[in-house]
Design a protein around this ligand. Structure first.
Ligand code: GAP
Length: 513
C-alpha cells in the first residue's frame, strides 16, 4: 500500500514537473478537483482522443460523430432523470465540519477489510513457500472467512440502503460499523442527505427573464436528442452508432485522487442503436471490442478486469465497468451499459416528438435500444501516464526515470539534438526538424550535455532522440536512440521518417485490436 501511495505521489509531481498537468488557478491556491492540461498534457490528451475516435468512428462505417453543445434545454435533464435522481448521499462530521459521501465511507471501510485479507494471504505465501495453495487458504482460513463474511454483509446492506434510498439506514450502517471521521477521529455524524451533482446556471440577462439551465453531467444526452436528426440526414440503418467527445461537469463532493475524479472532465461516449431484443449480444460484443482497444496499447492484460454491476440503474438491463489497476488499486475506467429504450422513450414523452426508427426489413417502427460505451478521457490519461512512469536501475548502478508512453500517444515523437551548439550542427538539426515536423510533433533541444538531454526526453516520454554530430556533416547520417531500450543506431537522415513512422503509426497499434 505504501508503495502504491509512493508511486501515486511520483505521478503527481512528475505530471507537474514535465508540463503535463497543473492545478487550475494555481497562483490563487487552486480550485479543488479542477485541473489544467499543460503543453505536454494537451498533446497526450489529444492523442488519446484521436486514438479513440479513429477506433470508434473512422474504423466503423456505421458509426458517425457529433459535437453537441454543453448547454441543453433544461427539460433534457428532467427527461433523463438527472434533475430528480442524479444524487450522492452526503454526511457531515459535526466535529471536523468535513463532508463525505456516505457510500464512499462505507466502501473505504470495506476495502480496508479486503486489504487485511490480502495481507493475510501475502504472509501465508511467505510462510508456506511453494507449498502454498491460495484457493484452499481463502476457503478455509478462519480469519479470511470471517473477514469475507463481514465484507459480504456490508455489501448486502449498502446495496439495500442505496436501492431503497433509506437515508436513516445509511447513517445506521455507518454508526454500526464504527466508522470514524478521518480528520477528527470522531463518530459524531449528521443525518445523510441527498445532494444533486449538476451545476446549474442561468441563461438570460435579468433575474425575471432568466432560465435555469445546467452544465451537462454527461455527453450522452446530446446524442439522444439528436438521434433522429443524425439517422435521417446520415440515412443510417440500424444497428448504428453516434460518437461524441466533450466536457462534462459534476459537482463531485469527494474530490480527490487527482484527475481520477474531477468537477470538469471530458468523456468519450458512443451510443449504439440496435433492434430491441438484440441488445444482449451487442452489449457482449462492445465489452470485448472496448477491452481490445485498451489492450492494443500494450499496458498489460493483468491491469484490466471487468466488474459486472449487481446493482443496475433503473434504465439498464446490463452494465459493466472496465476497471484499471491505478496506483491506488483497481477502479472504474470505462462503463459499458445496455440502456434499453429508456432515454429515447423519455425524450419522446417529454418532447412530444416521435423518436422512432422505421425498420424496412421488419416493416415497422420502434424505439431502438441502446448500448453505450463511456470512458473518461482524463481517467484514461491517468491510466496511461501512471502505468508508463517507471524508475529503472541501470547496469552502471544509476537509475533513470522514464515515461514509457505508448509511442502512438507520446506528445513528441522525436527530439532533435545537435551534439554541440556550433560547427554547423544546429543548422543540420534544424533542417531535419523542418522536414520531420510535417509528419510528427518534434522537439528541438541544444542545451546541456547530450546525456542530460537524453534523460530529459526519457522523463518527458519522447520515444526517439536524434543526435546530429560532426560525422553527420560528412555522411548525412545521425544517431537515433530508442527511449525504452536506450539502443543507439547510426541511420541515414533520409530514412528517419520511415523509422519513426514504423513505431508511431496509428495503424500499427490499432491493428492489434
Ligand atoms: N453516460 C454514462 C455515464 O456518464 P458514468 O459511469 O457516470 O456514465 C462514464 O461515467 C465515465 O466517465 C466513467 O467511467 C469515468 O471514466 C468518467 N467519469 C465519470 N465521472 C468522472 C469524474 N468526476 N471525473 C473524471 N472522470 C469521470
Amino acid at each position: 500500500m505504501a508503495k502504491q501511495e509512493d508511486q501515486f505521489k511520483k505521478v503527481l509531481s512528475h505530471a507537474k514537473e514535465y508540463g503535463y498537468v497543473f492545478q487550475s488557478s494555481e497562483i490563487y491556491d487552486g480550485l479543488s478537483a479542477v485541473y489544467d492540461y499543460a503543453q505536454n498534457g494537451v498533446e497526450l490528451k489529444k492523442n488519446i482522443r484521436d486514438y479513440w475516435w479513429k477506433a470508434m468512428v473512422q474504423m466503423h462505417e456505421n458509426i458517425v460523430g457529433i459535437d453537441a453543445a454543453i448547454l441543453m434545454h433544461p427539460t433534457t435533464w428532467k427527461a433523463s432523470g438527472h434533475v430528480d435522481a442524479f444524487n450522492d448521499p452526503l454526511i457531515d462530521n459535526k466535529d471536523s465540519k468535513k463532508r463525505y459521501r456516505a457510500d464512499v465511507l462505507v466502501e473505504d471501510f470495506r476495502e480496508k477489510i479486503n486489504e487485511k485479507i490480502n495481507k493475510d494471504i501475502t504472509k501465508a505465501k511467505k510462510r508456506f513457500g511453494d507449498a502454498f495453495n491460495e484457493e484452499e487458504f481463502i476457503s478455509t482460513n478462519p480469519n479470511v472467512l470471517r473477514r469475507q463474511k463481514q465484507m459480504d454483509e456490508i455489501t448486502v446492506e449498502l446495496t439495500r440502503v442505496q436501492e431503497e434510498n433509506d437515508l436513516e439506514g445509511f447513517r445506521n450502517l455507518i454508526l454500526d460499523l464504527g466508522i470514524v471521521c478521518p480528520v477528527s477521529g470522531s463518530k459524531n455524524w449528521t443525518e445523510v442527505k441527498q445532494f444533486n451533482l449538476m451545476f446549474g446556471t442561468q441563461i438570460g440577462a435579468s433575474a425575471e427573464n432568466s432560465t435555469q439551465v445546467y452544465l451537462r453531467p454527461e455527453t450522452a444526452q446530446g446524442i439522444f436528442v439528436n438521434f433522429l436528426n443524425v439517422q435521417k440526414t446520415g440515412r443510417m440503418k440500424i444497428p448504428f452508432g453516434i460518437a461524441q467527445t466533450g466536457k462534462a461537469f459534476r459537482n463531485e463532493i469527494v474530490a480527490r485522487q487527482f484527475i481520477f475524479r474531477m468537477r470538469e472532465f471530458e468523456q468519450m461516449e458512443m451510443q449504439f442503436f440496435v433492434k430491441p431484443g438484440t441488445q444482449k449480444e451487442w452489449y457482449e460484443a462492445w465489452k470485448q471490442t472496448r477491452l481490445k482497444w485498451h489492450l492494443s496499447l500494450g499496458m498489460g492484460a493483468e491491469n484490466y478486469r471487468f466488474h459486472d454491476h449487481d446493482k443496475l440503474a433503473h434504465y439498464a438491463d446490463a452494465a459493466a465497468d472496465i476497471e484499471f489497476n491505478f496506483p491506488f488499486g483497481f477502479k472504474e475506467l470505462e462503463g459499458i451499459h445496455s440502456r434499453t429504450d429508456f432515454d429515447l422513450s423519455q425524450h419522446e414523452e417529454y418532447s412530444g416528438k416521435k423518436l422512432q426508427y422505421f425498420d424496412h426489413t421488419e416493416n415497422k417502427s420502434y424505439v431502438p435500444y441502446v448500448v453505450e460505451t463511456s470512458i473518461g478521457l482524463d481517467r484514461m490519461f491517468l491510466a496511461v501516464f501512471s502505468k508508463s512512469l517507471v524508475e529503472e536501475e541501470l547496469e552502471n548502478g544509476t537509475t533513470r526515470t522514464v515515461l514509457k508512453l505508448p509511442a502512438v500517444l507520446a506528445p513528441y515523437k522525436a527530439a532533435i539534438l545537435p551534439l554541440v551548439k556550433k560547427d554547423g550542427l544546429p543548422e543540420v538539426a534544424r533542417k531535419i526538424m523542418d522536414e520531420l515536423k510535417w509528419d510528427f510533433n518534434v522537439f528541438y533541444d541544444e542545451k546541456d550535455a547530450v546525456g542530460k538531454r537524453y534523460r530529459r526526453q526519457d522523463a518527458a516520454g519522447t520515444p526517439f532522440c536524434i543526435t546530429v554530430d560532426h560525422d553527420s556533416l560528412e555522411d548525412d547520417s545521425v544517431t537515433i536512440r530508442h527511449r525504452d531500450t536506450m539502443e543507439q543506431k547510426r541511420v541515414k537522415i533520409s530514412d528517419l521518417k520511415a523509422i519513426i513512422k514504423a513505431e508511431v503509426d496509428v495503424k500499427k497499434w490499432l491493428q492489434k485490436m
